[in-house]
Design a protein. Structure first.
Length: 69
C-alpha cells in the first residue's frame, strides 16, 4: 500500500485490521462488511479488496463485500 512500504506489522494491524464495524448477511449469499469511519478507509478502498469477490468455500460459498462509512 502506498505510503506504508516500511511500516511494521504491528502498525499495519492497528491502522487497518483493529477497527470496528458490522457484518451483515444480505441476499444472494453475501456477507457485507461495513467498516466504521476512519481516516485510513480511503487507503483500504484504494486497495480494492473485493474487486474480484469470489465465493469462499469455508463460508458456505458466500461472497464477502466491503463498504466504508
Amino acid at each position: 500500500m502506498k505510503g506504508f512500504e516500511r511500516a511494521k506489522p504491528k502498525q499495519l494491524y492497528r491502522k487497518f485490521v483493529e477497527t470496528g464495524g458490522q457484518i451483515e448477511v444480505v441476499p444472494n449469499r453475501q456477507l457485507q462488511v461495513t467498516f466504521d469511519r476512519r481516516c485510513h478507509n480511503p487507503i483500504l478502498r484504494e486497495a480494492a479488496l473485493d474487486a474480484n469477490s469470489r465465493r469462499i468455500p469455508w463460508l458456505k460459498n458466500f461472497r464477502v463485500t466491503f463498504d466504508y462509512q
